[in-house]
Design a protein around this ligand. Structure first.
Ligand code: ATP
Ligand code: MG
Length: 286
């Protein structure tokens, strides 16, 4: 198994996750290999049910993998004892969950929401207040500290949710579709906030999104399809990724010529690698 690449904060190796539902199993991840560099802004893309949230749950230590390894910040999460995993979740990673209502206490004020994770981490009161003030300023909510969450707009709530997630200054922020319910202006403000956090504190950000524009605002995009890494994009160019067992997922436009089950001759030369579609062998000639 290849060890984490130098400089990576997150390393997943042949990661599997299986959910058991009354009588049947769902293989949500089937062999994910992924390295995320310290300070990287990464977008996770992929169709519904592809395994994006599952991958975040494993990287954030909310769940343990069925098989494979996941290292975060030097810790081997699959093998971490329960108490250490809880400490990891509280101090080393921040979450913005896919369901917005689960990120904030609706009847508490913005400041109370910000202070809660710091209380759980044992941060002294004076330091909590100071940090809450700084976070409100960073998110443009300085005038709203005393207001209850219910009185904030959707965009303000999402910015507050990001601020709560980074209250304990974790090296890693995992945000599951933080802009999906926002209009363009508010979505842009949340994306800007993620970038500022990275630039100012070096926070590594992994963001799930369906929005190609939001993805483009990140350094790199990784597409998940069928529980595997399908493609990777940098600077607007999309690359296919060879998976752990040599498996290669073709981009959608190639699937039109080479649909699942098709056969191809692979020609490797000095330059491009060519795939030549061939007819399957005739049943009669076998
Ligand atoms: N707790 C669970 N119990 C059973 N099945 C689950 C559970 N969580 C996820 N799944 C299944 O695992 C697969 C991957 O789900 P996941 O939530 O990771 O997808 P996703 O890429 O985040 O999708 P979406 O874009 O809709 O949020 C799906 O088939 C889903 O139904
Ligand atoms: Mg999801």
């Amino acid at each position: 198994m290849t060890p984490p690449a130098r400089g990576s904060l997150v390393a997943c190796r042949d990661l599997f996750q299986i959910y058991r539902l009354a009588g049947h199993e769902v293989v949500a991840l089937q062999g994910v290999d992924l390295d995320i560099a310290r300070g990287e802004l990464l977008a996770l893309l992929g169709p519904s049910g592809a395994g994006k949230s599952t991958l975040l749950a494993l990287v954030g230590g909310l769940e343990r993998p069925a098989a494979g390894r996941v290292w975060v910040d030097g810790q081997d999460l699959a093998r971490l004892p329960e108490a250490a995993l809880t400490a990891f979740r509280r101090g080393r990673v921040g979450f913005v969950l896919q369901t917005p209502a689960r990120n904030l206490l609706p009847y508490a004020s913005a400041v109370q929401n910000l202070e809660l994770p710091m209380r759980l981490a044992g941060v002294p009161a004076a330091r909590r207040r100071e940090r809450a003030r700084a976070l409100l300023a960073a998110t443009g909510l300085q005038a709203s500290g005393g207001r209850s969450v219910r009185a904030l707009s959707g965009g303000e709530q999402q910015r507050l949710a990001v601020a709560v997630a980074v209250a304990n200054e974790p090296p890693l922020l995992l945000a599951d579709e933080p802009t999906s319910q926002l209009d363009r202006g508010n979505a842009a403000r949340v994306l800007e906030l993620l970038r500022v956090l990275r630039d100012q504190t070096g926070t590594t950000v992994v963001m799930v999104t369906h929005d190609p524009e939001a993805a483009e605002a990140m350094d790199r995009t990784v597409s998940i399809r069928g529980g595997r890494v399908g493609a990777e994009g940098r600077g607007g160019v999309e690359y296919a990724v060879v998976g752990p067992t040599g498996l290669l997922q073709l981009p959608a436009h190639a699937l039109e010529v080479l649909p699942p089950g098709a056969r191809a001759l692979v020609e490797v030369g000095d330059g491009p690698v060519l795939l030549h579609p061939v007819e399957p062998p005739d049943e009669a000639s076998r």
